[in-house]
Design a protein around this ligand. Structure first.
Ligand SMILES: [Zn+2]
Ligand SMILES: [Zn+2]
Length: 237
């Protein structure tokens, strides 16, 4: 157990074999697949692993204790850094995996309701396919909530330099790429550059091809906040 590192503070060492470790894309992605493969009979459809998830955390004297879904180690952080609606993204102090801790309001919630989702490495060039076939995306699409992923539940970072990608851009990668068309559609230069890099499967900041993605469903109370625009959805960093 140790303190918590903000995600943008780079780790100096990472244990070998730990899942979802920056720089070490998971091997054997279909390892957890057989159960899911049965529920997706379409042979063309790719099977992606479920994200490691832990339900429930402990809160004691202003500290939150949670088990890292990636390595099982206990982490501790100050409970007041957790936004009551947005939650918080932090890095496991033990294995370096990026995790999202769901929002927690100590006045209306039990700590057992907290959900901790782990990031998984995905090849940027395959992101579109990965995202669009992910069970979370399919579930949101059925409820017509997918657009809200722009605001909550989809966080993507370069695994090497920690550049944060825009969820809005990633969700709307056009099948045909024409910079002039993008310019006319009102995108600014930065967005166009980012899109061009993404289309070539490279991080716009460092050229690396692997991203770490956290994808989660949108809880009802978060959805209500988005609909009522009760919250200003600026980054909590
Ligand atoms: Zn860990
Ligand atoms: Zn990068």
């Amino acid at each position: 157990m140790g303190g918590i590192f903000p995600f943008f503070k780079k780790k100096t060492e990472t244990p070998a074999g730990a899942p979802a470790t920056p720089g070490e894309p998971q091997q054997g992605l279909e390892k957890d697949g057989p159960e899911k493969a049965k529920s997706h009979p379409d042979p063309v459809k790719r099977v992606y692993p479920n994200l490691p998830t832990v339900k429930g955390a402990g809160v004691q004297r202003g500290s939150l204790f949670f088990t890292c879904p990636g390595c099982g180690e206990l982490n501790r952080l100050s409970a007041d850094v957790i936004h009551p609606v947005l939650g918080v993204r932090v890095v496991c102090s033990s294995c370096g995996t990026l995790v999202h801790i769901s929002g927690f309001d100590p006045f209306s919630m039990r700590a057992s309701e907290i959900v901790i989702n782990s990031g998984v490495p995905v090849r940027l060039i395959e992101f579109d396919d990965w995202y669009n076939h992910h069970p979370v995306t399919e579930s949101l699409r059925q409820r017509h909530w997918q657009e809200s992923h722009i605001e909550y539940g989809l966080w993507v970072y370069c695994i090497r330099c920690h550049h944060e990608f825009s969820a809005a851009v990633l969700m709307n990668i056009p099948p045909v790429w024409d910079p002039r068309l993008m310019q006319r559609s009102g995108m600014d230069k930065t967005q166009i550059r980012e899109l061009a890099a993404i289309k070539s499967g490279r991080c716009p900041a460092c050229g690396n091809g692997i991203v770490m993605v956290i994808i989660t469903d949108i809880p009802d109370r978060v959805r209500h906040m988005i609909e009522d625009q009760e919250y200003s959805w600026s980054s909590e960093d």
